[in-house]
Structures are given as structure tokens and as C-alpha cells.
Write a protein that binds this ligand. Sequence first.
Ligand code: PMV
Ligand code: MG
Length: 371
Amino acid sequence: MKSLKLRVPGKLFLLGEYAILEPGSQALLLSFQRYLQAEIAPAEQFWLQTDLLPGAVNGFGYEQGQIVWQTPEARPSEKLNFVGEALQWAFAYLESLERRPRPFRLQLHSDLHSSGAKLGLGSSAAVTVAVLAAVLAFHGEAFESHEARLKLFKLATLAHSGSQRGSQGGGSGADLAAVIFGSVTCYRRYDASWLKPGSVSLNKLLEVNWPLLGIEKLPWPADLGLKVGWTGLPAATLDFLEEISYLKEKDPEGWMRFLFSANAATAAARSALIEGQNAPLLQAVGQYRHLLQELQMEFLSPIETPALVALSDSAEALGLAAKSSGAGGGDCGLALGDPALVDSVSERWRSQGVEPLELALDFQGLCLEEG
Ligand code: PMV
Ligand code: MG
């Protein structure tokens, strides 16, 4: 068995964040040519090496369904929770196929971080998918077909929500879909209420249709400019998920109103992409910015931080459509419109402390090569 290399792109929400937490809602996501890379090769025992923890090489074993780290200090820190969970679920999947994991050395290298800080390009989703795909590919699984990717998505969802906070309360899974499928991913949130790992075999759980789940690839217009800006401030999505739980309880009607408008804007943008109409797409982006501004009124800390306000206001002043991306509170925002105007936004952003990132769209998603 030779070594295998793979890469998983970073991602951003174009539209649909927050609403996508509700089953049946839709979101549009973009992935970018900035990658989390993995290399996996046969070894005498299990090794993990990653620049997510500088210099660390961690040996581990797999005993009675559990990953056991060789030395206590080698136990992944919080940052590496995602790696541990993904390894655990990859091994559980192999076991459900009655296959014994063969020892390997897994190396992870991230370009989704800048000097150790996450850029807000979905690094936790990329890590989860990279670890699962590497271990499974090492044991002979292929990921070319839509069906195989869908199965990987389901496994990634279980692993990712395990490292967040249980299968019901974690993220929407949109980030996982985006990094597996590439630009442009239209994702429809599954209904997690029936999903009880342990009630059926893992293999079966990955085979069955998940209610409401939908993943569709859409085209991207060649004549549309897009620029991503980084606020330099990493944001914790989990804090914002708590805000949403609170809001849903306190003001269920307000949440419902948000959902209706948010899904209408996302549906309009989806149609615009399919029909190659830029104007309604840009309009939907502007609308979504307003919806997020309304939503954040009840939040303790805003979705649109001062840097994100500056990012969107200066882009709008140029005649572009702009918004924060994802949970907000920092991380990134994006601006879209006439390519000539998009180029001139960088200067304005820099003067306001927003760093323009040179990012091209990735249309492939997860990509494997044999080493
Ligand atoms: O900031 P991000 O990229 O982690 O996006 C979070 C988006 C939410 O809709 C708020 C949560 C989710 O899991 O979709
Ligand atoms: Mg974020």
C-alpha cells in the first residue's frame, strides 16, 4: 500500500447561516483554494503528526472501541478534539464493516490558519473531513461518486457533532457539505430529531436517507467578482449557537419570521445562480445582511462586529453587495459585484483594518491523489 495524499478546501457561507440550523432550511456555500492537507502512509503503529499542534507527534492505540493516546500530554488539546472524534468514528465505521484498522502515520498540514489563528474558513470541518477521508481511503474507500461523498458527509456529521455537543445540538453540517462537495454547494438541513446513533448499526445509518437532507451543486457566474475580507479576529461559533437557543425560546415568532425571510432570500439566490442572473443574487445578499442585523438585536455580542460593519459598508458604498459570513463576531465577510469594483474594495478594507484574502473558488471539494 502506497501513501495517499488528499486536500480539503476552506469554506464560507454565501447565504443561509443561522436559518440553516432549522431542519428543511437551505444555505449556499462557497469553498476556496486554501486547503487542509493530509498524508497517510503505512506504519508500525498509529501516529498522528500535525502542525495544528506545532512539533507534536502523537502515538495512539485503539482499544475496545476507544482511541488511547500514548502519553497523557499527547492527548489532543481542545483544538484537536475534532481529530480525536474523527479517528474514533473512522475506526467505528471500519468495525461496522467488520474490518480491522491497519496502522498508519497520518500527517495534517493546515493553510486554513494564519500564525496559529484560524481564519474562519471552516478549519474544524476541514480537519474532520480530512481525517475521516484519509483513514477510509487508506482502507480502500473511494470518494468519486455523489453517493460515496454523501456517506462521508453523514459520517462527518456524526463525528463533528460528537466533538461539539451531541448529535442534536451541534452545527448544521453545512460546513461539512461545502468542504466535501466544493463550490457552489446548496445544502438543505436534515432533521436530526430521529437521528440516534446506536439505535441502528452505523453502516445502516449511513445508508438510509436522512429526512430533509439535500445536497446540490450549483454553477457560479464567470462574470461576477468576489472578494473575501478577514477581520483578524477569530470567532467562536458555539457561543452564537447558544444565543440562538436562547432566542428560539424567548421569541419563537421572531425566529419564525427570520426563517421565512431568510429562506426566501436563499431560494431567490439559488434560482439566480441556476439562471445565471447576477442582479437578483446581489439583491439577496444585501437582504440577508439586513436579516442578520435584525437577528443580532437580541444577541449579547453582535454578529456584525465593527470590522464587519466597516467591511460591508465600504463595499456597499462602492455599489457592491456585502455581508458577514457564518456566525459572525469576527472571522470573514465577503463582497460581490462588478469585478472592476471588487478589485478596488481591497484598498478601502486595508485602511479599515480588514485584510483582503487572495482566494479563488474551489469547485472540486475533497480531492485525493496517490503519493
Ligand atoms: O462561522 P461558521 O463558518 O462556523 O458558521 C456558523 C453558521 C451557523 O449557521 C451559525 C451555524 C451552523 O452550524 O450552520
Ligand atoms: Mg465563523
